[in-house]
Design a binder for this molecule. Structure first.
Ligand code: ATP
Length: 369
């Protein structure tokens, strides 16, 4: 039994969380000998308006005590702090729980069309690791406008966090190589994305990257963020694991989501030494909230990532099976190419995608996973 703190949040977050929890419970039930004890807690823009706090202390306590944290989406441009900034407690959560490694897998789901016509785009399968507690975001809430003449934000790179980030990234590359063994000839590769030609902080980041790389048997290289934006469009299938600073990761992960069909297909995990938050890469999408148009796939896959993380941490084969069941069910739902979501110009919304994925969670042979 794992305790899960659940943050439905705002906008489409509340819509996609309900079917995700149903799916997670059902997958655990089918596998057997694993159960999730979920507790929903308030946080986000609505919580700020109704309770006066975007991240109530009681919610934080539940999150800290839980085995894992599942989050949908937070924020609403219509509800803001007095200074006009948006409410983003999901960023605060990363700082408070020191979730330094933002894991963003970008994998083409067979049957989901992406924007690239090259047939190799079907083989896109990389992970972008976004450092998530420093970089330019270290300045979160600390930016200053001086005399109405200039504004300043400070980018921070520390040895402590960078070493942990790179170790987590190389371990991930090792684990991906182990899982691929015998099934996929793709070579393990680790790429550091920076701007070390211009900024001292990034030269330091890259130096630490190569120091850590010495301890792993994974081919390591580097690229500047500008050329990497081009490479991710022209040959994304050549990459395996990439690691980068917070702001660069924020931007490149949206580019990655675009490569595989859109924000509704990109899951993520923010991982620290003790805690981990699992949430789709997208936000609360107020433009489509309340219309049942949200694609819940990224939420479902984030739930699967949570089970996979619990499986690694607790050496639990049942959690691993339940994660695999959800992933396979997602693949099976889209495989024929006839389930086309609204963001890709089709008609399938929240209910259609949920029905299709649930059907496969209910019928796939767990024994064959
Ligand atoms: P944030 O500013 O926190 O990133 P946001 O909701 O304004 O949040 P994104 O999440 O980046 O922005 O989403 C951009 C747009 O992509 C949304 O406005 C919406 O139209 C679309 N989108 C995002 N998530 C989904 C989804 N799950 N299903 C369908 N469309 C989505």
């Amino acid at each position: 039994m794992y305790s899960i703190a659940v943050f439905p949040g705002d906008g489409i977050g509340t819509e996609i969380m309900t079917p995700c929890l149903e799916l997670l419970h059902r997958a655990c039930e089918r596998v057997g000998n694993i159960a999730l004890l979920t507790e929903e807690v308030p946080a986000g823009a609505r919580a700020y308006r109704e309770l006066g706090s975007a991240l109530p202390e009681s919610s934080m306590q539940v999150a800290k005590a839980a085995d894992a944290i599942l989050l949908a989406a937070m924020g609403d441009p219509a509800i803001r702090y007095e200074d006009g900034t948006e409410i983003t407690p999901q960023i605060q959560l990363r700082f408070d729980l020191e979730l330094y490694a933002g894991i963003r897998p970008i994998r083409s789901i067979p049957g989901v069309p992406g924007p690239l016509s090259d047939s190799r785009a079907k083989a896109i399968d990389f992970v972008l690791v976004r450092e998530s507690v420093e970089g330019l975001f270290a300045s979160y809430g600390k930016g200053a406008i001086i005399d109405n003449k200039e504004a300043r934000e400070t980018l921070l790179i520390t040895r402590g966090i960078s070493e942990k980030l790179f170790k987590a990234s190389f371990s991930l590359a090792e684990s991906r190589r182990r899982k691929r063994a015998g099934k996929d000839s793709r070579k393990a590769r680790m790429t550091c994305i920076d701007k070390a030609n211009v900024f001292t902080a990034f030269a330091f980041f890259r130096q630490i990257f190569y120091e850590v790389a010495e301890h792993y048997d994974i081919p390591a290289d580097h690229a500047y963020v500008d050329i990497m934006s081009l490479n991710l469009l022209c040959k994304p299938w050549e990459y395996d694991v990439m690691v980068t600073e917070n702001m660069f990761g924020d931007i490149l992960s949206d580019l990655g989501a675009g490569l595989i069909g859109g924000m509704g297909y990109a899951p993520s995990a923010d991982i620290g030494d003790r805690h981990a938050v699992f949430q789709p890469c997208h936000g609360s999408a107020p433009d489509i909230a309340g219309k049942a148009l949200a694609n819940p796939t990224a939420m479902f896959l984030s739930g699967a990532m949570m089970l996979e993380w619990l499986a690694e941490k607790h050496n639990d084969d049942n959690a691993r099976l339940a994660a695999g069941l959800i992933e396979r069910a997602v693949d099976a739902a889209f495989a024929q190419g006839d389930l086309v979501t609204a963001e890709l110009g089709g008609s399938a919304g929240l209910d259609e995608v949920t029905r299709a994925v649930s059907h496969h969670v209910n019928t796939l042979y767990v024994e064959l996973l």
